[in-house]
Design a protein around this ligand. Sequence first.
Ligand SMILES: NC(=O)c1ccc[n+]([C@@H]2O[C@H](COP(=O)([O-])OP(=O)(O)OC[C@H]3O[C@@H](n4cnc5c(N)ncnc54)[C@H](O)[C@@H]3O)[C@@H](O)[C@H]2O)c1
Length: 419
Amino acid sequence: MSDEIRVGIVGLGLAATAHIRGYFSHPAAQVVAVCDADPQRAMAFGEQYSVNRTGKRCAKPARFTRPIRIYRSYNELLADRDVNLIDIATPTFLHAEMTRQAAQAGKHIHCEKPFCRNVAEGMAAVRAVESAGVKLLVGETYVFLSSHIKARSLIESGAIGRPLQIRQRHGAWQRRAQHTLHIDAAARAWRLDGTQSGGGRYPWIFDHAVHFFATAEYLMGDAMIDEVYAVAATRGDGHSRAGAAHDPYRTAEVDIPIITWRYADPDRQGVWMRAERLNGKYDYMRGFSTTIIGETGMIEVLGEGGHNLLWNGGQQHLILHRAEQEAACFRFDEGGDHVWASEISYYGQGHINQVHHLIEAIRHNRLVRYSGADGVRAVRCTLATIRSAQEGRPVRVAEVAEAFTAYGDNDAGNVIREA
Ligand SMILES: NC(=O)c1ccc[n+]([C@@H]2O[C@H](COP(=O)([O-])OP(=O)(O)OC[C@H]3O[C@@H](n4cnc5c(N)ncnc54)[C@H](O)[C@@H]3O)[C@@H](O)[C@H]2O)c1
């Protein structure tokens, strides 16, 4: 294979517009083709992002020599022999099958999270990738965020001793006054659909908990989660006050505001909690943040949409506390976010780090940081969470059968009401 990575992107919504900045900023990558089931969207995206020979984005593509090829069908994109990396940024229900087909076509793959809707379809895709000998990176952006990467390297260097407990806080994500990525609220009905999102009655949890579990294992030195317990919230009048408060997820009848888990090592445990709505205006700390407590110290770190981690009156992005020592503070000023009012560059540098990591893994034949098997494991933890909420008991991750889905007969009420 030539050194050049020639990318075809399928699904041209929010995630694709974050990924494309990663390809444009890497000298070995070219976006040569795009595909969307919506022909108008495909045309608008192709024209907006047509590139010249240097791979730079051009405002007026007609003047340049190498316009992006535009397809309406995924099969056409797969048949394009010039493309050697497929970027799958479609709705969740398409991920595993599109990955399987791309592997069979001999392409490398960057597939968005959640990787699958159950273990069986995820593992079928992983097997196809293995037998084709191609690279697959699941787009788990939380392990590519500069603040999280720094936290992991501090933990690996022994800064807090052995990590024992992780506490994740989900404060409100506040949108920027003007976001700079493509968000088409009308076209995103799949996010609330029990089957297409994969989450049954818990579409928000299904879409997001994979991030929380990936972070919980990444910042615990890859310790595996063994058992989860979810506290569900339900209200008789059809609106849970514990639901997510950002578009389009304002309306779930039931939700999961608290998840606890323990690792295979019984010394270690974790908790995720939603802080946004219940605290209303007093949610002083926005976005995702994590505290990792070790035997000799503690790290506090901001993640997606994070804001207001304070130390001595100043905004920080990561704080390292150790006994008998001054706290060490870190900031990651990388241009801020394209969607959230946050200094943490999630939809900017986080996605760029992720894309560059995959390109380098392909060029130098290295293992990827977040594989298909990792993506399946995070989905399995999420399915254990949903089953725990359904049954009101702790559920071991290994208990989740390969065919179990969140939208099956076991939980038929996929009803989302208008706010
Ligand atoms: N890693 C992250 O930070 C992150 C952020 C946002 C979204 N995501 C994930 O990315 C995926 C896409 O989310 P989004 O917000 O970009 O969605 P979106 O609704 O904004 O865009 C999806 C696009 O896919 C197209 N599409 C649908 N079916 C198709 C098909 N069969 N063939 C070709 N195109 C098709 C739609 O027309 C639409 O343009 C989701 O799984 C989501 O969870 C990840």
